[in-house]
Write a protein that binds this ligand. Structure first.
Ligand code: PLP
Length: 364
């Protein structure tokens, strides 16, 4: 018998996630010096991690012989104080990606449907398929997520609705009113998974806590990978009604997040100066990129996160040409957007380099 015959049949057709290309890989493939390459492909913080988080991680490393607190008491306590919610309303994940998978363990099975906008973050669809459930993708309208169409796609078989705002990769943002109306329109057999990976870049971000308090079925997901600059450490969290959190906790492994990452996350929550500086720099950088795209005659989606989706014509060609010039961006053909590239807002120097490279590549 072959391994393929022994495997669960679903795993053989499970699609793979294509991450942004690491700098070292591009350097190897193209024979470039890694020091000269910039990565604007994965919405990472271009200013590095918070120094306070790094110091906390270094201290925690000296206790690496001990298991972490499997209940993550200190981090949940800190989050409860930050959000003015109960500690029992938080779950900590190995990145918010893991929380999406844990929701799959808790709520998905063959015969169940998950509704999501087309060109959503790929992990929603991957997790849906992993559990044998059916993804139902709702078309975008003018590169925006139409939440009324999401509600219209709900059937008696729907269990989860996935929504991110700002959305990744498209970047578009839905208003607090639209999101609140969505939550109030969903029937009681449906849970909204509201992915707030980029919420910290909004000012203000929609606040779904009142909806949770009034018993609406929502779980909000946040991450330390974006504004906090800790993508390599893999920490995220979810908050929701205690009854929902208790169910998802059952799917979690006892020590799912490592103690060094948790120590860094706790310290990062206190580094307000670092977060504020990045928020400001990101807004300025996004404006600089937007102005640059306009000068080049390129359409783009006005995004609320730390990246922009820009229409370059032949996405694969422009991606390759940028890469030749040492600038890694993200092709979005796997999201059905072959004419577009997703570009992370970098430092000022990185943004200028990207725009200069685009000007060289694109026909004038
Ligand atoms: C980056 C991102 C995440 C966060 O992933 P982590 O696993 O926490 O690193 C989640 N959702 C979206 C839409 C993202 O872009």
């Amino acid at each position: 018998m072959t391994f393929a015959e022994l495997a669960n049949q679903g795993i053989l057709t499970q699609p793979l996630y294509e991450p942004g290309k690491p700098i070292d890989q591009v350097a190897r493939e193209l024979g470039l010096d890694p020091a000269g390459i910039i990565k604007l492909a994965s919405n990472e913080n271009p200013f590095g991690p918070s120094p306070k988080a790094v110091a906390a991680a270094e201290r925690a490393l000296r206790e690496a012989n001990l298991y972490p607190d499997g209940g993550y008491y200190a981090l949940r306590q800190k989050l409860a104080a930050k959000w003015n919610l109960g500690m029992d309303q938080f779950i900590i994940g190995d990145g918010s990606n893991e929380l999406i998978e844990l929701l799959g363990h808790a709520f998905l099975a063959p015969g169940v449907e998950c509704v999501m906008p087309r060109s959503s973050f790929m992990v929603y669809k991957l997790v849906t398929l992993m559990f044998g459930a059916t993804p139902v993708e709702v078309p975008l309208v003018d590169m925006r997520q139409d939440l009324k169409l999401l509600v219209a796609a709900v059937t008696p078989r729907t269990r989860l609705v996935f929504l991110a705002s700002p959305a990744n990769p498209i970047g578009a943002t839905n208003s607090a009113e639209e999101i609140s109306e969505l939550v109030r329109s969903l029937p009681p057999h449906v849970i909204l998974v509201f992915d707030e990976a980029y919420a910290e870049f909004l000012d203000p971000a929609p606040d779904l806590r009142p909806l949770i308090a009034e018993g609406r079925k929502v779980i909000c997901l946040r991450t330390f990978s974006k504004i906090y600059g800790l993508a390599a450490l893999r920490v995220g969290y979810g908050y929701a009604a205690p009854e929902l959190i208790a169910i998802v906790q059952r799917a979690r492994q006892p020590f799912n997040v490592n103690g060094i990452a948790v120590a860094a996350a706790i310290a990062a929550l206190d580094d307000h100066e670092f977060v504020e500086k990045y928020r400001r720099e990101n807004a300025a950088g996004r404006t600089l990129l937007a102005d640059g795209f306009r000068r080049l005659g390129l359409a783009f989606v006005p995004g609320g996160g730390n990246f922009l989706l820009v229409k370059v014509g032949d996405g694969a060609r422009v991606f390759g040409a940028l890469q030749q010039r040492g600038v890694i961006t993200r092709p979005v053909n796997p999201y059905g957007l072959p004419e577009w590239l997703r570009i992370t807002v970098g430092t000022r120097a990185q943004n200028e380099r990207l725009l200069a490279a685009l000007a060289e590549i694109l026909p004038t």
